[in-house]
Design a protein around this ligand. Sequence first.
Ligand code: FMN
Length: 196
Amino acid sequence: MSLVLDPAAQDLLFREARTANTFTDEPVTDEQMQAIYDLVKYGPTAFNQSPLRITLVRSPEARERLVTHMAEGNRAKTATAPLVAILSADNEFHEELPQLLPHFPQAKDAFFSERPVREGTATLNAALQAAYFIVGVRAAGLAAGPMTGLDFEGLRKEFLDDDHTPLMVVNIGRPGPDAWFPRSPRLAYDQVVTTV
Ligand SMILES: Cc1cc2nc3c(=O)[nH]c(=O)nc-3n(C[C@H](O)[C@H](O)[C@H](O)COP(=O)(O)O)c2cc1C
């Protein structure tokens, strides 16, 4: 009774949503990806800095190059998912800040003139956006398979540049046969929450 979100939506986004390890052949369209982005872009980031960048790996040739950077146990699902996205943090996000924070354009120089500061905040905020992205994939009725078992430096050199920090690779599609491992338990409220 404490949650106002429709229970079916709660199930879709969290209780029934699982991390898929296999997928059907049904394609994931650019229209679906656009709808997902246009929903999750409203998730909050510090100073509205919005550092997440998404690389959709669509061509078979790019997919082959990506698979070589995945850990052995992640290769088959990365090779067969209908769509794979590389999520990265843009360490030069401050260039967009005057557009994203029009009421405080001075923030770009006042807070983000130093690269190490930008790298730290970009990684945190892009990781937040990656979580919104995963939930957005679920909101589209699709399953996400996020993965960090991969060669990050190899991935960066292959698909990105020094201004981008790769965060994870996400398989996207409709779950196939035997798509899930058994659901693992979660920590209970009392194990996680303290009140001071
Ligand atoms: C950031 C992140 C990295 C992950 N990396 C991998 C991975 O490299 N390989 C893999 O098989 N699963 C990976 N997973 C999947 C998790 O093990 C899975 O989401 C978690 O156990 C919850 O599973 P459930 O959604 O089915 O309950 C990753 C998940 C996240 C969020």
